[in-house]
Design a protein around this ligand. Structure first.
Ligand code: TEU
Length: 575
């Protein structure tokens, strides 16, 4: 491995600053809070911190709507705090990766304020402005320039009354899309990125970066849209997912921002709907685009007709998806690995079991399976504690703009409110955003004030202080998984082979590297599972003594002993 591939051996920890640690009592997490918790993160053993946005923002989408890229929002602290964070993280060997949100800005960003001020403003073309649809009056139903639906409900176009034109917003109306075809926009973004690198950050997680190149024109199909009971909007995604100039833009970004610097930075592109074939192109080191992408296939498998319509997950589909990505990026490119982030419900409640008797084992099993795939694993704050989904009572418990909009539009369109609520409980992003549970004290040690989002009432039991003190906790299992990655090169570099793809509850695979073979066996169920030589060819060549890490208190007596409820084993042998 060359130095510029260091990210392959790294484990990244995602912080959602708003919910991580508050220090000033305003109920919102802040940068000094992150600094206070660096020792905890160092104990866990992670290499990189990715911070969700802390830039100046009206917080319409919790900071993914940025009004000043080169300043810190006062709720999170100051630039001086970030400098201190960088310094103190680096002192512990931890790198800092910032969120880069440049598909859109806030509508309060000075660029947009200027752009909307008049049709002939020099920055007019920095965003996507269009007159009403031909033959329609501005503001009339259906007058939007295209029928595209926003990701957060409703049309993707908003009328600006003053100039009579519409601007494009794929997300909320307070997140207008930048026009990347304008070279001045690109130059401004690159300059901002260099400014952060000069401050000492170690890379970027790039928000919806595969949407920056668009064909703003054709209507979307109605049938393939993301229907929310009764909507008549269309699916614009074919026009802006991995659009025509996307590779050109990313290569230019690499040249203008990263090339020629003494350090290899980490770049990860968040790419909804990206395919394996596209991901190979994006992550081929020879093409100089990004190191890895966040793809969504595995977290969309339990979606029905649309994101909100959930269906039970079939483990065979999950394995088929992972196997396809492992194989697709085996020779060229690289995978990112995640169960969780700030947009996804909690993994243990979704892919494991949050029933009290299974929570710890299934959370460890999920970590085991994920970290043993080939790719760079991401841990989302609280995942290492087995934090669960929230017990939401009613619609008033939801705060996220996506959830709030969905509830309103779906109920307005005639959907049964109980059904909508049920969908939100399972799928709302608010599940991931409840405050980090540090200890059993008031508000879980997150804040001395009133937390911006409710703390999960299970914090007296599920919290970091208890987990660190308990050698059998999910935390220590994650710590061991990360340590194993350090001591065993097959974890980062081994060749991946999926076994028993058709088995409904067994997740089994091998990793092989320079004479070492790892075998991972995981029981995705609460029933005992007997693994046979048919599932795992050559099973009797393995012995219980090969066990390097299990997830239950007592190790199995033999390798053929049935896997118990949510049991996961990592075995190792040399040939
Ligand atoms: O998310 C992009 C995205 O398309 C989804 O994951 C999404 O936000 C949602 O869950 C769709 O159902 C990124 C950020 O991660 C997210 O927090 C932002 O809201 C969004 O972009 C806009 O910046």
């Amino acid at each position: 491995m060359t130095d510029d591939q260091w990210f392959r051996e790294a484990v990244v920890y995602q912080i959602y600053p708003r919910s991580f640690q508050d220090t000033d009592g305003d109920g919102i997490g802040d940068v000094p809070g992150i600094i206070d918790r660096l020792d905890y993160l160092h104990t866990l053993g992670i290499d990189v911190l990715w911070l969700s946005p802390i830039y100046r923002s009206p917080q319409d989408d919790n900071g993914y709507d940025i009004s000043d890229y080169e300043d810190v929002d006062p709720t999170f602290g100051s630039l001086a705090d970030v400098d201190r964070l960088i310094e103190q993280a680096h002192a512990r060997g931890i790198r800092i990766v910032m969120d880069l949100v440049v598909n859109h800005t806030s509508d309060e960003h000075p660029w947009f304020v200027e752009s909307r001020s008049s049709k002939d403003n020099p920055k007019r073309d920095w965003y996507w402005w269009r007159p009403p649809r031909h033959g329609h009056e501005a503001g009339a139903p259906g007058a939007e320039p295209t029928n595209w639906q926003s990701f957060f409900s409703g049309p993707a176009w908003e009328l600006d009354e003053a100039t009579g034109e519409y601007y494009l917003h794929l997300f909320t109306r307070k997140q207008p899309d930048l026009n990347w075809e304008n070279p001045d926009v690109r130059a401004a973004v690159y300059a901002m990125m260099r400014w952060w690198l000069d401050r000492g950050v170690d890379g970027f997680r790039m928000d919806v970066i595969n949407m920056i190149s668009k064909r703003v024109g054709p209507d979307g199909s109605l049938a393939d849209g993301r229907p929310i009971a009764g909507t008549v909007l269309g699916d614009g995604t074919p026009q802006f997912i991995c659009g025509p100039l996307i590779h050109e833009f990313l290569q230019e970004m690499h040249r203008e921002v990263f090339e020629g610097r003494p350090q290899k930075y980490l770049t990860v592109g968040e790419m909804p709907m990206v395919t394996v074939d596209e991901a190979v192109l994006f992550t081929d080191p020879a093409r100089h685009e990004v190191d890895m992408v966040f793809q969504f296939e595995h977290v969309d498998l339990d979606h029905g007709e649309h994101k909100w319509d959930r269906k039970p997950l079939d483990l065979r589909d999950l394995k088929a998806s992972f196997a396809r990505w492992q194989e697709g990026l085996a020779d060229v490119g690289w995978n990112s690995l995640y169960w969780n982030n700030h947009d996804q419900p909690r993994a243990v409640s979704r892919f494991g079991s949050d029933a009290p008797e299974h929570r710890v084992a299934s959370a460890k099993l999920l970590g085991t399976v994920l970290h043993l795939h080939r790719g760079t694993p991401y841990v989302y704050q609280g995942e290492e504690l087995g934090m669960t989904n929230m017990p939401f009572a009613g619609p008033e418990d939801f705060q996220d703009v996506e959830s709030v909009n969905y509830y309103r539009t779906a109920v307005e369109a005639g959907a049964d409110p109980e059904w909508v609520l049920h969908n939100l409980r399972l799928g709302s992003r608010d599940n991931a955003r409840s405050p980090m549970q540090w200890d059993a004290s008031n508000q879980a040690g997150f804040t001395t004030g009133t937390p911006w989002a409710r703390v999960n009432p299970n914090y007296p039991e599920i919290n970091a202080e208890a987990a660190v003190a308990d050698d059998g906790s999910v935390f220590h299992h994650y710590r061991r998984l990360i340590a194993l990655r350090r001591s065993e090169p097959a974890v980062a570099h081994g060749h991946f082979t999926m076994l028993a793809p058709e088995h409904p509850t067994l997740y089994a695979f091998t990793r092989t590297f320079e004479g070492t073979e790892l075998l991972v066996l995981a029981n995705f169920s609460a029933d005992d599972l007997t693994v046979t030589g048919e599932d795992v060819p050559g099973l009797d060549g393995w012995s219980a003594a090969d066990l390097v890490l299990g997830n239950l208190a007592d190790d199995p007596s033999s390798v053929v002993a049935p896997l118990r409820a949510w049991e996961a084993r990592i075995l190792r042998r040399t040939t």
